[in-house]
Design a protein around this ligand. Structure first.
Ligand code: AMP
Ligand code: GLY
Length: 420
């Protein structure tokens, strides 16, 4: 088969690495890719959101199957455009991707499907939103409805911060159309966990769980990021709780979307808060997490590609995936200044020594080659990922690999997987 992976992050590197190992693959491409992806796949210079460019590439190259990493092309309708041309693609249609593309749609779906989630209200009028916030009190959470590059959520500990978030979205239009409507909701407390399931429209197959460390600094300080690393499995999801998540969150969402004419296919990623009342949904995403995909792919024993094809074909019932019982842990190395203004252009050395351990894999995000030199070219740059017999062993191995990387302009959190 001729396969295309769309995207350029650590998630896509991990997916391409897993797909490249499939005996089904004759040729593997990635658009646009990065320096690490270039070792697994042939990188083509088409942006992940260039729908016409991607469809054209697939037609020219006779691509048999497309795997889409990030949410933006899904929300823009890449799967619809590919399938309309007869090119099979893994991921939801634009209509189903609204589960991530519109928080208001997702919250209303939770109401209809009786999925446990924070109590919420939707607003377009700033004065009405502020009046509600004043009567509710802090803490409270304000979210832009649409995709806002990870900046659309404000967890406000005081009223002034909440009002500021209302103004940013509804008055200053800082998120453009993505912020024309907001969701205001209760603040949940507990540990967070990421839960993933493959879905084929009607059937859902649980994958594995993970944890993501979202703040940039140790002990959860500093601004939110795309994710600074974390372990799989999640230390906060027991097998019994995984069953609860399937029954109360994943399966009702899948059934309701099918019933309402927006069947969901792809990866359903539930961001969870483990509250005293049980797991509650923070948000749905319609794709693998990043860095969560990196720890998931390290633990996957089975061939990923036929499972993705089965999800697209609506025959997921026939799939049984096996996972290493070992734990995996990813430490993200980011460029100094991330997430606000990462420095670009510094050289990274020592990756071969760091990846010499067969239980270590270094996934690339923002990297490019300049001749033989490896250059940092983004915010999150490397995902140093390791397996170990338990969480501590995986953590020690990942940090030992980090220690062998010679990149003074990079940094990472030092407490990924540490007891909290
Ligand atoms: P998002 O950008 O949608 O991934 O949300 C970012 C983060 O905001 C989540 O990972 C949570 O840490 C936090 N968050 C979102 N909604 C809530 C909520 N209702 N209560 C507490 N924290 C929340
Ligand atoms: N790691 C969080 C995300 O992928 O959204």
């Amino acid at each position: 088969m001729r396969v295309l992976v769309v995207g350029s992050g650590g998630r896509e590197h991990a997916l391409a690495w897993a797909i490249a190992a499939s005996p089904l693959v004759d040729a593997l491409y990635c658009a646009p890719g990065n320096a690490g992806l270039a070792e697994e796949a042939e990188c083509v210079a088409v942006r992940a959101t260039d729908i016409a460019g991607l469809v054209g590439f697939c037609r020219r190259e006779g691509i048999d199957f497309v795997v889409i990493g990030p949410e933006a092309p899904l929300v823009l309708g890449l799967v619809d455009a590919l399938e309309a041309e007869g090119i099979p693609a893994f991921g939801p249609t634009a209509a189903a991707a609204a589960l991530e593309g519109s928080k208001a749609y997702a919250k209303d779906l939770c109401t209809r499907a009786q999925i446990p989630t924070a109590v919420y209200r939707r607003f377009r009028d700033p004065a009405a939103a502020k009046a509600f916030i004043a009567s509710h009190g802090a803490p409270i959470v304000v979210k832009a409805d649409g995709l806002a590059a990870g900046k659309g959520v404000t967890v406000a500990n005081d009223l002034a911060t909440a009002y500021g978030a209302v103004d940013a979205a509804l008055v200053e239009a800082r998120f453009g159309d993505a912020g024309r409507e907001i969701v205001v909701e209760d603040c949940l407390t507990g540990e967070e966990a990421s839960f993933f399931a493959l879905v084929d429209g009607t059937t859902a197959l649980p994958l594995a769980t993970a944890q993501d460390y979202k703040r940039v600094g140790d002990r959860d300080t500093g601004p939110n990021t795309g994710g600074m690393g974390g372990p799989s499995p999640s230390p906060h999801l027991t097998p019994a709780l995984e069953g609860t998540v399937m029954e109360r969150i994943i399966l009702p969402a899948v059934a309701t979307m099918a019933r309402e004419g927006r069947p969901f296919k792809g990866v359903l990623y539930a961001g969870l808060m483990m509250t005293e009342a049980g797991p509650m949904l923070i948000e749905f995403n319609v794709r693998f997490g990043d860095p969560e995909a990196q720890v998931l792919m390290m633990r996957l024993m089975s061939d990923l590609l036929p499972a993705l094809i089965a999800a697209r074909d609506g025959v997921l019932k026939s799939v049984d995936l096996r996972w290493h019982t070992e734990h995996a842990l990813c430490v993200v190395m980011a460029a100094r200044g991330y997430p606000d203004e990462p420095e670009h252009g510094s050289e990274i050395r020592g990756l071969d020594a760091a990846a010499a351990d067969p239980k270590v894999k270094i996934f690339h995000a923002g990297t490019r080659r300049d001749g033989e030199r490896l250059i940092a070219d983004g915010g999150r740059v490397l995902g140093v990922t390791a397996l170990g017999q338990d969480l501590a062993a995986a953590r020690d191995r990942a940090y030992a690999a980090v220690g062998r990387i010679d990149w003074p302009q990079g940094f990472c959190r030092r407490d990924i997987g540490a007891a909290r």
